[in-house]
Design a protein around this ligand. Sequence first.
Ligand code: BTN
Length: 335
Amino acid sequence: MTHKKSEEQLFAILQLLTEKNDFVSGEYIGELFGLTRAAIWKDIEKLRGLGYEITSQTRLGYRLDSSLHAFHRDVILKNLQTKQLGQNTIFFDKTDSTNDQLKLHARKGAEEGTLAVAELMTKGKGRRGRSWFANRGDGIWLSLLLRPQIPPQDASMLTLLSAIALSSAIEETTGLVTDIKWPNDILYEGKKLCGILTEMDCEMEQINFIVLGIGINVNTKTSDFPEELQETATSLSVILDKKIPRTPLLQNFLMEFEQLYLEFLRKKKGLQPFLERYNARCTTLGKDISVLGNGEAPFFAKAISITEKGELTVKREDTGEETVVFAGEVSIRRN
Ligand code: BTN
């Protein structure tokens, strides 16, 4: 059976269990889909692996108890209230990097708003050539395709916009208030919860496409992170001490981001309409920081404000001058 066929069958069984809302006998499922007992069992196990809680009882059959933790294309698309973002979703059980996969689709003409999501990434990419830890089932590893008609130099603003959407969606879904570290890390008590990697394909004056890649550590246990990350990374379930369903969080993020993105394109005022929301969450402001990779040697400074283009204004410690940091990375030295 082809992958597509077996997937269709899996979700047909799921639909049946959802509709019946009670025990459905194996015999009935078997007759309906022409399946052996063993094949049904295999599909039920697959559904359990996707987060569906299914009880099995001798003689009675199978009953769907909860689909709260289900994470799959069909569940993501169900009740997704966006106009465009995510309406075309590509779901990978396993892939190298959702950013790389989506770039391939983008080059073949995939439409704006196409979403790539993976359960597991084997070569997750982080910023500055680093790798991103993306183990099975514990996170939201997503890439979103955008084709905005804005100058390429304005593209980095979208990253800041997505950080606002991400922290709002986390608060809306779980009640947790998170911090933004300029430009786009989401932290909680100084530990990294989400990372954003924006990649762009452009000409001198025109953007062909942008791939916005976002990793959210949702249910990762501290001991599951590689040793070097255990002190610096965290997840929603570690913070809140419970398992967090991924689908509503992903849907809320898409909703939030779509609203901000459309407003950004419509108003054409850069980040100005959004700075109040960004600043309220940005914990870099007012801090003593070190600046790395701004196209010059690292230096110490105090973070002052965010400009309408999303750059960070800082006061250098060595010269006392105010200067603008447009790229690179900052680390907070002390409060
Ligand atoms: C960072 O270094 O902070 C950015 C991490 C970005 C990770 C996400 S997960 C989904 C998408 N696909 C990737 O390969 N990377 C991004």
